[in-house]
Design a protein around this ligand. Structure first.
Ligand SMILES: Cc1cc2nc3c(=O)[nH]c(=O)nc-3n(C[C@H](O)[C@H](O)[C@H](O)COP(=O)(O)OP(=O)(O)OC[C@H]3O[C@@H](n4cnc5c(N)ncnc54)[C@H](O)[C@@H]3O)c2cc1C
Length: 605
């Protein structure tokens, strides 16, 4: 049975029918990106993903990475896939063509990434992290740094990483102890140990560029004293050629639950006192630089988790159509009744529809958030740009935290649909679940995402972003109410939205009171409820488009797809949203038990 990745009809629906992404081509910046060009890009990405990257999925997991004498070897199959990916110039899809980019809208790049990440995101982390690191150089580097590093990174000749985490500095990055001492020539000598570094060392390219967070000697404690440095594995000479080894030593790799094809490295910087870095941006402004890149990185992690869920759904659907087991419930008493494909059983249909609804809602949310950044890129209205940016900032913890939480659940359901075979290595479902799990942890754990939503984003700009977002949801509600079959669904979402506003007020006020600990004990449930409401919105928005098309008399080939949109929305709104209402009741209690229980009372001794 062929392994699948993403539903092309659905990808096209979000791009063209929900977001109407080719409106961007009316602006000079994206003039080349007509619908035809966009469709071609997605077809090319899909081909490469299916033919060349997907075969590395299982192999990469089974072979894993190898560590020998400070060297790391990636799974053999990754090398050809990487070369083809780079040859196709896919690494810097959204970037400036002057530095090797393709200058395409982010929404289109996300859709291409839907296929690439769905094929094997452990592989995609090598180019993905390179892209993130290069963006730091592009945003904060000097002209000289850009000339020396950018093109080599955006073209994938060199790869990149992100060196934040240390044994005592995970969620609390401000606690890091890697140090930087200024040299007379303006460079810095870097000393420290970093752990859990994705793509930190490998044998696919000649050089690896590490953006490193470190503290300049004498700088203030905490996040205020952190600076960002550019530390290549091999130093780069003034003419761009490679110089001497820069004393960045890999001391080991992690043995992990998933993403085994991606090397997670421990790196020692300056163990021999010979690691030199250049300041990237300003002294003590390293965290600010990281924050600016955070939205991009968190959206990408949401995408990684989501792509596992999307693939898991596609596989489960395929399997359920073919796997024959048991009689139809309607013929249960008939001994001669034939066995039916499991897709005929109500519980399997429930699982599939639940997976479908989450996958569709999450795809819409992720692309929509990308589309907001494209709209900023083509707008010259500062007020509008700031409105859109506020909504992005608000949605990012949902794109990362909620989406990865739900993606993991979808992957688990994807195993359940297979029954016992889902638990075996014969099928991809168990790997998708394992690979998906880390997305809930790195790039800020989902607990940290929830705190970000409640502690920073909710009250940001006096609550304007959340009001703006609610305004957008209201527009969909108004459109839905025009359809008889969507009226009840709109009313239910409206009720949930109003309740969410009450919950946000209550939790926000509690967070500012002496009961702050209680409020934050409900930060994650609040993230969860907010995500549910956003999902219901995305699905109602889809349903409005589908109802419009059906009313207009959709082509026969599209009818089932549109009917499916309305069913996803109906399922989520009638079968999931009532649970969300219950979750919101629970938040309103701000039950103090988790805060009040003594450490001893947890037991376990
Ligand atoms: C496979 C993998 C790849 C990674 N790649 C990279 C990489 O490329 N670069 C990099 O720099 N790092 C990377 N990391 C590190 C990753 O970002 C951290 O593991 C993560 O930020 C959590 O830090 P920690 O593991 O120290 O957990 P901790 O910070 O110790 O957290 C443990 C638990 O406590 C909770 N917690 C901690 N502090 C708070 C708080 N203040 N309030 C509420 N809850 C809290 C967390 O949510 C979590 O549930 C990677 C990790 C893994 C496993």
């Amino acid at each position: 049975m062929a392994q699948l990745i993403a539903d092309r009809r659905d990808v096209d629906f979000v791009l063209h029918e929900q977001l109407d992404v080719d409106v961007l081509s009316k602006q000079a910046k994206y003039a080349e990106f007509s619908r035809k060009t966009i469709d071609l890009i997605i077809s090319e990405a899909r081909n490469l993903a299916i033919k060349e990257i997907l075969p590395t999925f299982k192999e990469g997991d089974e072979e894993g990475c190898r560590f020998e004498n400070g060297q790391v070897f990636v799974p053999e199959s990754f090398k050809r896939a990487y070369d083809l990916f780079i040859e196709g110039e896919w690494l810097a899809m959204t970037e400036d063509p002057a530095f090797g980019g393709q200058g395409m809208p982010r929404t289109v790049a996300l859709a291409a990434g839907d296929y690439f990440n769905g094929a094997n995101y452990a592989f995609m982390m090598y180019p993905g992290l390179t892209h993130g690191a290069a963006l730091l150089v592009e945003s904060f580097g000097t002209e000289r740094q850009k000339q020396l590093f950018l093109k080599n990174m955006f073209t994938g000749k060199w790869t990149g990483t992100m060196l934040l985490t240390e044994p005592e500095a995970g969620s609390d990055v401000g606690n890091l102890s890697t140090s930087a001492r200024k040299n007379p020539d303006g460079t810095y000598s870097i000393t420290g140990n970093k752990i859990f570094i994705s793509s930190g060392e490998h044998d696919m390219v000649e050089n690896i560029v590490h953006p490193v967070l470190a503290r300049i000697e004498g700088a203030p404690a905490g996040t205020k004293g952190i600076s960002l440095f550019l530390v290549p594995k091999y130093r780069v000479n003034a003419d761009g050629s490679l110089g001497e080894f820069n004393d960045v030593v890999c001391t080991g790799i992690e043995h992990k639950m998933g993403i085994n094809g991606n090397a997670t490295c421990s790196l020692t910087l300056g163990g021999k006192g010979n690691c030199v870095g250049e300041l990237l941006g300003e002294e003590n402004k390293g965290m600010r630089a990281m924050f600016l890149m955070m939205n991009e990185a968190r959206l990408l992690v949401g995408m990684q988790g989501f792509c596992c869920a999307s693939a898991s759904y596609m596989n489960a659907l395929n399997y359920a159509r073919e796997r024959v087991q048991g009689k139809s419930l309607l013929q249960a008493m008939d001994a001669d009744a034939p066995s039916v494909p499991i897709i005929q059983h109500p519980d399997v249909r429930r699982m599939l529809l639940s997976m479908k609804a989450y996958v569709e809602g999450m795809r819409s949310l992720l692309y929509y958030t990308g589309f907001l950044t494209d709209r900023i890129a083509v707008s010259d209205n500062e007020k509008e740009k700031s409105r859109l940016q506020g909504m992005i900032d608000l949605l990012i913890p949902i794109c990362k935290g909620y989406v990865t939480d739900k993606s993991f659940e979808v992957c688990s359901t994807g195993i359940q649909v297979y029954g016992g075979y889902g638990f075996t290595k014969e099928y991809p479902q168990e790997q998708l679940l394992r690979d998906c799990r880390i997305t809930m942890i790195y790039e800020g754990t989902n607990g940290i995402q929830a705190m970000d939503l409640l502690g920073r984003k909710l009250g940001m700009n006096k609550g304007k972003p959340i009001m703006d977002l609610m305004g957008e949801i209201q527009k969909t509600l108004a459109a839905a109410k025009a359809f008889e079959n969507l009226g009840d669904l709109a009313a239910r979402l409206e009720k949930a939205l109003n309740r969410l506003a009450e919950v946000a007020m209550h939790l926000g006020a509690t967070a500012m009171s002496p009961k702050v600990m209680q409020a934050f004990a409900f930060a994650h449930p609040f993230l969860d409820a907010s995500g549910d409401v956003v999902m219901a919105w995305m699905l109602l928005w889809r349903a409005v488009i589908a109802a419009t098309e059906l009313e207009k008399g959709a082509k026969k080939k599209d009818q089932a797809f549109y009917e499916g949109q309305i069913k996803s929305c109906q399922y989520f709104t009638q079968a999931v949203l009532p649970v969300t209402m219950g979750k919101m009741d629970a938040i309103m209690t701000t039950c103090p038990a988790a805060v009040e229980i003594s450490d001893e009372a947890f037991g376990g001794k």
